[in-house]
Design a protein around this ligand. Structure first.
Ligand SMILES: *Cc1c(COP(=O)(O)O)cnc(C)c1O
Length: 406
């Protein structure tokens, strides 16, 4: 009845499939490998009592007051140190930092300030769904680049760039999750990271580096961020406290050239004036007291155990010629079934059997990935992971037999 009042742009606001799914699951006792939640055991609840106390005592009048759009200076100073200590990124000054209400807001701001309808935007196949949802409002032309075990196929990107440029078209930005990808569960190799930065310079585009998971890598691999390789300030580095402290704080941040942060700041002003001052002081204090380091250490230990449980269970219960990623960190494994089964069509039945997952197709801008699925290992218990994978493995095998595929 109210639809006639809706603005045209609401056409691009698709309900997130995952969120719709979570609603169904909440009501039932099933094993969910579908979500994207951190393990709540990583939340430093006891420490939050002390930090909250200290913030109110030491900064009370500031912490509860309006603050500047760009972010509390005290916090931005802490972020500069944090970016260097954790990621080897040298930030020249405070003007390079913009505090965000979750890195999701960064994606929204980037879409609003940089993307015109029809602009060419490169994403990975598969890519982060919430990024697509944010970008969709600006109606870009997506170019999907396949991934393998070493991340985005940057060589294929180069071919596509060459083709487009020969037709007089230009790519404006490349969106990537280089380390412990959501949903793909893979990590871009160091060589490809360097190659991508070279292409950015050669073909004159910007790179949006979404980096929530490099802090949660539990194998000994190089995780140098694109931003640390970026000599021309072409990279917009996005990160968040959602996976390393608490997502409920809604606290993210970005690093980019001040010309970019200026326009982002102007945009953010109309979105929410500023990110909650209180969250910023809480996080600053958590960094200062080593609480973030503590959460990271704990999360790494827990997620490594859970990742191992999931990979072991996949070996034991999934069809032999299925493919799945072997993540070095983060929270997700991505799997591809050996048969042409439609994981989306099968989901309701899987839920009946007691397990939920996210069908992979909606992560692919080219409509492929029908037989893929995303499996979360951060939230369910080790026991749930094992029995969830066992149930799914059996279920897919049965379905393949039923349809004469296996
Ligand atoms: C979890 C996640 C984020 C974090 O979003 P917030 O808005 O900061 O909670 C960003 N990007 C990716 C790829 C993620 O998986």
């Amino acid at each position: 009845m109210f639809e006639k009042y809706f603005a045209l742009r609401t056409k691009f606001m698709r309900a997130s499939e995952i969120r719709e799914l979570l609603k169904v699951i909440e009501k039932r006792r099933i094993i969910s490998l579908a979500g994207g939640f951190p393990d709540p055991h990583t939340f430093p609840i006891e420490d939050f009592y002390d930090i909250t106390d200290a913030v109110l005592k030491d900064y009370g009048t500031h912490a509860l007051q309006y603050s500047v759009t760009r972010g509390v200076s005290y916090f931005r100073h802490k972020l500069i140190d944090f970016a260097y200590k954790m990621r080897g990124i040298k930030v020249k000054d405070l003007e390079y930092i913009l505090v965000l209400s979750g890195s999701q807001q960064g994606l929204d701001i980037i879409a609003r300030t940089l993307i015109n309808p029809g602009d060419y935007v490169v994403v990975e196949l598969p890519t982060y769904l919430a990024a697509l949802n944010a970008f969709n409002l600006s109606a870009p032309n997506y170019i999907g680049i396949p991934m393998d075990d070493y991340g985005m196929r940057v060589d294929i990107l180069e071919d596509r760039l060459r083709g487009l440029y020969s037709e007089g078209k230009r790519v404006k930005l490349v969106y990537t999750v280089p380390i412990a990808h959501n949903p793909a569960g893979v990590t871009m190799s160091y060589d490809r990271r360097k190659y991508l930065i070279e292409l950015a310079s050669q073909y004159d585009f910007l790179v949006v580096e979404d980096d929530p998971y490099s802090y949660l890598v539990f194998e000994n691999v190089d995780v140098t961020p694109l931003k640390a390789l970026d000599k021309e300030d072409r990279v917009i580095y996005l990160s968040t406290f959602s996976k390393i402290l608490a997502p409920g704080l809604r606290l993210g941040w970005l690093i980019a050239h001040p010309e970019l942060t200026d326009i982002f700041e102007r945009c953010k002003q109309s979105l929410d004036l500023h990110t909650p001052t209180f969250s910023q002081y809480i996080a600053a204090e958590a960094i200062k007291r080593g609480i973030v380091d503590k959460v990271i250490a704990k999360a790494k230990a827990i997620y490594k155990r859970k990742r191992d449980a999931m990979l072991d269970a996949l070996v034991d219960f999934f069809p032999k010629n299925a493919w799945w990623s072997k993540p070095i960190g983060g929270m997700f494994v991505f799997a591809r079934l050996p048969w042409n089964l439609d994981t989306k069509a099968l989901l309701p039945e899987a839920i009946e059997k007691g397990v939920a997952y996210v069908p992979g197709q909606s992560f692919f801008v080219d409509g492929s990935g029908k037989n893929t699925l995303r499996l979360n290992f951060s939230y369910p218990s080790v026991k749930e992971i094992r029995s969830g994978i066992e149930i799914l493995g059996k279920f897919f095998r049965e379905k393949a037999k039923e349809l004469g595929l296996a």
